[in-house]
Design a protein around this ligand. Structure first.
Ligand code: 5AD
Ligand code: SF4
Length: 441
């Protein structure tokens, strides 16, 4: 038997990329590749890239630069670039980086086996089409390499919203939902492999409208309810959502479906209506706050998370203060804050930027407020009993760690036999990024 070829995958960016990386590794697995943990050990390196902000794309070029000495040492080393930078700048990557053998976009990675044949012949391969066929139908069905009790499942891809700052509609293409029976099948397969929690992924996941088993169109709520019937699947989450797609039945599901976890990532981006309009968000600060009230009425203990952009072109101090006000009104359990980054080809990139120092200052002020809220949410868990899905050994000897239903990291002293299981934990203390607890007796 010939020795297995070794694959190293590096993933940048969002959870969708984590899922795509897994599926690409499985596809290459069927070609005889096994995954390794370091680039030095690899025969093939695949960088699965992110284009959402400028820094993310720059990272790719600096990482490729750093691979040059390794490539010189091992001239047979194959290097591939996948993901959204590949989609947006495939030709340029090929031109600038002669060490790259392969460029594959997020919608064509099911074609990797064919592309690898070309690469093995010594050719360079590029495929960044938006093909007609459904890539998922062409990927290996077998999810054998999956390990651990949590998994991602992409249910929807792409976006038709065209927020004026965002590259996603260009790199990931138009919104497409996968048919529900396939998703139920993939979920069952994951559960058979020991998965207890599935996070449904989509750039606009709550806009999901896939074909159901009965031929009708299912929304996300219907999909969640059907997934909840799978025995052995205990937890369902979904991300990322747009406020305008939070329909009544999905809100109701948060109150009715025990397996749907009480944590929701619902980006608002800004608290200023003027800026929201310039961002083409099609909602107002007020409509967002009313929406949160309705979701909290359905599930009062829900922990909320969000995304914010500061320093969007035209943002004044008053606009920024409206964002701070919104954050104070909502009360977030966590949130991601970004400084606006002009993305070529998006409408906002044409507009005059906010002073960089001003934007930095706003970012810090917003981050300070969010951190305060995050701490308060975490501290409020002390004294409560939560359910923890244990995922891995902790940093200290004898410790295990996992996530509560509210997505807080929790560690306890406990046996490794609990890994992959859900157990009740009494929370004793709140640290900077995690909670400490004791297994409930
Ligand atoms: N600049 C800064 N942040 C951005 N995001 C998307 N595009 C940009 C950009 N051009 C943020 C948004 C989005 C998250 C995934 O990334 O907040 O919700
Ligand atoms: Fe980008 Fe999300 Fe807006 Fe779509 S809804 S354009 S993915 S920020």
């Amino acid at each position: 038997m010939t020795e297995a070829k070794k694959l190293y995958v590096k993933t940048y960016g969002c959870q969708m990329n984590v899922y795509d990386s897994e599926r690409m590794a499985e596809t290459l697995g069927a070609q005889g590749y096994v995954q390794v943990d370091t680039p030095e050990a690899a025969d093939m390196i695949l960088l699965n890239t992110c284009h959402i902000r400028e820094k993310a794309a720059e990272k790719l070029y600096s990482d490729l630069g750093r691979l040059k000495p390794l490539h010189e040492e091992k001239p047979d080393l194959k290097i591939g670039v996948a993901g959204c930078v590949a989609q947006a700048e495939g030709e340029e990557i090929m031109r600038r980086m002669p060490i790259v053998d392969l460029v594959v976009g997020p919608q064509t990675y099911h074609r990797l086996p064919r592309m690898m044949e070309a690469v093995d012949r010594g050719e360079r391969a590029l495929d960044t089409e938006f093909p007609e066929e459904d890539k998922f139908a062409h990927l290996p069905k077998d999810r054998r390499t999956r390990r651990g009790p949590t998994a991602f499942l992409t249910v929807q891809e792409g976006c038709d919203k065209f927020c004026s700052f965002c590259v996603v509609p260009y790199t990931r293409g138009a919104e497409v939902s996968r048919p529900a029976p396939r998703l139920l099948g993939e979920a069952r397969e994951l559960v058979e492999r020991g998965v207890r929690e599935i996070t449904l992924l989509g750039q606009n996941v709550n806009a999901y409208h896939g074909a159901g088993a009965d031929g009708s169109e299912w929304g996300l709520a219907r999909l969640v309810r059907e997934l909840a019937r799978i025995e052995g699947l205990d937890r369902i989450r979904y991300t990322t959502s747009h406020p305008n797609d939070m329909e009544d039945d999905l809100i109701a599901a948060h109150g009715e479906c025990d397996k749907l976890m009480p944590y929701l990532h619902l980006p608002v981006q800004s608290g200023s209506d003027r800026i929201l309009k310039a961002m083409n968000r099609k909602h107002t600060a007020e409509s967002y706050i009313r929406l949160i009230e309705r979701i909290r009425a359905a599930r009062p203990d829900l922990v909320l998370s969000g995304d914010f952009i500061v320093g969007f072109p035209g943002e004044t101090e008053a606009d920024f203060e409206a964002t701070l006000d919104l954050v104070r009104q909502v009360g977030y359990g966590s949130a991601y804050t970004f400084k606006y980054s002009a993305r070529p080809g998006t409408p906002a990139a044409e507009r005059a930027p906010v002073d960089a120092a001003e934007a930095d200052d706003r970012l810090q002020r917003l981050q300070a407020l969010i951190t305060e809220q995050q701490r308060a949410t975490q501290n409020a868990m002390v004294g409560r009993r939560v359910q923890v899905l244990f995922e891995k050994p902790g940093r200290m000897e004898g410790q295990i760690t996992g996530k509560s239903e509210y997505l807080h990291a929790v560690h306890v002293e406990g046996p490794e036999s609990l890994l992959g299981q859900i157990a009740a934990v009494d929370i004793l203390a709140s640290g900077p990024n995690s909670l400490a607890g004791r297994l409930a007796g």
